[in-house]
Ligand binder design. Structure first.
Ligand code: NAD
Length: 437
């Protein structure tokens, strides 16, 4: 099948590459000429495990092409995916301007039947808006389908190639057949393609992300209680997770969720609720808890340094909002950096993939180390903000000699308290008994 993907960011590039991998001819369109030039010359623009190999293969075999021209990019396509940004507007609602602008352009250039697919996360009713924006300028037949994307950054290729489910919102038989054929190679193991109406598909994505964010904030509040009541969140987590109705996944407390999706999607669902005169109170609390959680470690750090961080130097492990990605959007690490620097401290950070993105945003507000141990030189304490696996079994002896004080503030609960005590570290984490030396 000939496919076009408009928007070649995290979702668009993975979508385009994975569809090419199953034999489709894919053209990716992006307005960022620099990005397109890099991609055309074989240079991948995001870090995503496993993507580069597929990207190189499909580019070489001519199934994956890149252009800045929407008209050229969609000319032969049967299906056009819109993988465009939907950032929060000033009031928290999803900004649809990127999508509607492209829809308007499509209305001027469509010449034959095509399926236009909203892959971006968009509020209920967007498929109708996209339909109207295209229809106002043309007479040719077309369908607009909602096909929200559930991939997780860091395991995006795996998620795309073997999705738990594919949600397709359409009431058109013709579009349903085309979408079903396109996704068939991805669900051969029997995972469902769930067909529904456009609005339900649109809401499914927000409901999924909001539910997951709720789980995180819930566990973060349980962690706070654990600390105050003298319980251990790891035990509570295991205790509740073995109940099938609750499940083991997504029960890990930490320093809050970040990224480009959860914060904006929860906010957008709250806004959508308000627009229909409903106050989604649980989600208000989820957002509130998360805001505070990003700085959860700060009072612990301040207490350790007698409420005076001026002149203190911190090592920070992890900048990405989660491991295996270079995405730093809404990353808790950035909030921690802000708080430390405002309190007069300095920071040297290490992240296996995300440092260059942070440097582009905050420049030399902090220093960047080439490896995790170099970051520790002369630091008064180590703060851990992202659970990269390379941080999980570090050389504690080396760490002890490099740090000025053997103090670790771990926002991701990477180590065991008892082990840290044996090694002589002051170790504080989230929802567990601190090791205070
Ligand atoms: P992104 O910012 O990484 O990529 C968007 C791309 O669109 C950029 O390359 C940008 O240059 C391009 N673009 C902007 N305007 C354009 C135009 N007029 N024509 C062509 N290209 C244009 O965004 P993303 O993270 O890929 O997210 C895209 C959508 O997918 C959002 O709605 C997001 O909520 C949703 N989503 C994201 C994820 C994720 O993990 N990142 C997962 C599921 C869904």
């Amino acid at each position: 099948m000939k496919i076009s993907v408009v928007g070649t960011g995290y979702v668009g590039l993975v979508t385009g590459t994975c569809f090419a991998e199953t034999g489709n001819d894919v053209t990716c369109v992006d307005i960022d000429a620099n990005k397109v030039k890099k991609l055309q010359s074989g240079q991948i623009t995001i870090y995503e495990p496993g993507l580069e190999k597929l990207f190189e293969r499909n580019l070489k075999e001519g199934r994956l092409n890149f252009t800045t021209s929407l008209e050229d990019g969609i000319r032969d396509a049967q299906v056009i995916f819109l993988a465009l940004p939907t950032p929060p507007g000033e009031d928290g609602s999803a900004d649809l301007s990127y999508i509607l602008r492209v829809a308007d352009q499509l209305g001027h250039i469509l010449k034959d039947y095509k399926v236009i697919v909203d892959k971006s996360t968009v509020p209920v009713g967007t498929a109708d808006k996209v339909h109207a924006a295209i229809a106002k300028n043309i007479k040719v037949e077309f369908d607009v389908v909602s096909n929200p994307e559930f991939l997780r950054e860091g395991v995006a290729v795996e998620d795309f190639m073997k999705p738990d489910r594919v949600v397709i919102g359409t009431q058109s038989e013709r579009a349903r057949k085309i979408m079903g054929d396109l996704y068939a190679p991805f669900v051969r193991q029997g995972n469902p393609v769930i067909f529904m109406d456009e609005k339900s598909a649109e809401l499914t994505k927000y409901a999924a992300n909001s539910f997951l964010a709720t789980k995180i904030s819930f566990m973060n509040e349980i962690a706070i209680l654990c600390e105050r009541l003298g319980a251990d969140v790891d035990m509570v987590r295991r205790g509740i997770g073995s109940d099938d109705r609750i499940g083991k996944r997504f029960l890990f407390p930490g320093i809050g969720y970040g990224g480009s999706c959860f914060p904006k999607d929860v906010q957008a669902l709250v806004k959508s609720s308000q627009e229909v005169d409903y106050s989604f109170r649980i989600l208000d609390a989820v957002m509130d808890v998360n805001e505070k959680q990003k700085l959860f470690l700060l009072p612990k750090i301040q207490a350790f340094f007698n409420n005076d961080l001026k002149g203190r130097h911190f090592a920070l492990w992890g900048l990405a909002f989660k491991p295996n990605t270079d995405d730093i959007r809404e990353a808790p690490a950035l909030y921690i950096i802000d708080a430390l620097v405002s309190a007069g401290a300095t920071v040297t950070a290490f992240d296996p993939e995300a440092a260059h993105n942070v440097q582009q945003v905050i420049g030399d507000k902090i220093q960047y180390a080439d490896n995790q141990y170099a970051a520790l030189e002369n630091a008064d304490a180590l703060i851990i903000a992202t659970e990269w696996s390379v941080f999980r079994t570090p050389d504690f002896n080396k760490m002890g000699t490099q740090l000025k004080q053997k103090a670790i503030f771990d926002g991701r609960n990477l180590f065991e308290g008892a082990h840290m005590r044996e090694l002589g570290f002051h170790y504080e984490s989230v929802g567990r008994n601190p090791v205070k030396l």
